[in-house]
Ligand binder design. Structure first.
Ligand code: FES
Length: 149
């Protein structure tokens, strides 16, 4: 009878040990697999190039004024064309209390609610009360149309 108890404890111990080893092995495999790694953030998120997935259509490229910008209120996106012609996009949602920014002029994006101003170059806060920059939005140009990525 005592022998059965010892064997049961050994079996239990072996089972726990095997389960632990399987868990560690699974963790190591998942950690080293491609699926376990975060997607690299694209530094060219606002650049041109082929889309890797179907994004949301925004506007034709030609609608974004040269050296200016366009606010797509319905899409909550600000499109900016830099002096070199490169397009960038930012969220149009003010980081203060969530109003939609409504104007872009002379390199400044303005929120109508409390007057926050953001840089059209990089979305940074020029004048508060906005506490944070407008987040960038990844876009791609495909067949002369702008899409979110
Ligand atoms: S919500 Fe934009 S400044 Fe307050």
């Amino acid at each position: 009878m005592m022998l059965e108890t010892v064997i049961s404890r050994r079996s239990l111990l072996r089972g726990v040990l095997l389960s632990s080893l399987a868990g560690v092995a699974g963790y190591v495999v998942a950690r080293n697999s491609v699926l376990g790694k975060p997607k690299a953030l694209s530094t060219g998120a606002n650049g041109y190039g082929p889309a890797t997935s179907a994004g949301r259509y925004l506007v034709p490229v030609g609608e974004v004024p040269p050296k200016g910008g366009l606010i797509l209120a319905a899409d909550k996106v600000v499109l900016v064309r830099e002096h070199n012609g490169v397009l960038k996009a930012f969220s149009a949602i003010c980081t203060h209390q969530g109003c939609t920014v409504d104007s872009i002029a002379n390199g400044v994006i303005t929120c109508p609610c409390h007057g926050s101003e953001y840089s059209a170059v990089n979305g940074s806060v020029i004048r508060g009360p906005a506490p944070r920059p407008l987040p960038p939005i990844a876009i791609v140009v495909r067949d002369n149309d702008v899409y979110t990525v």
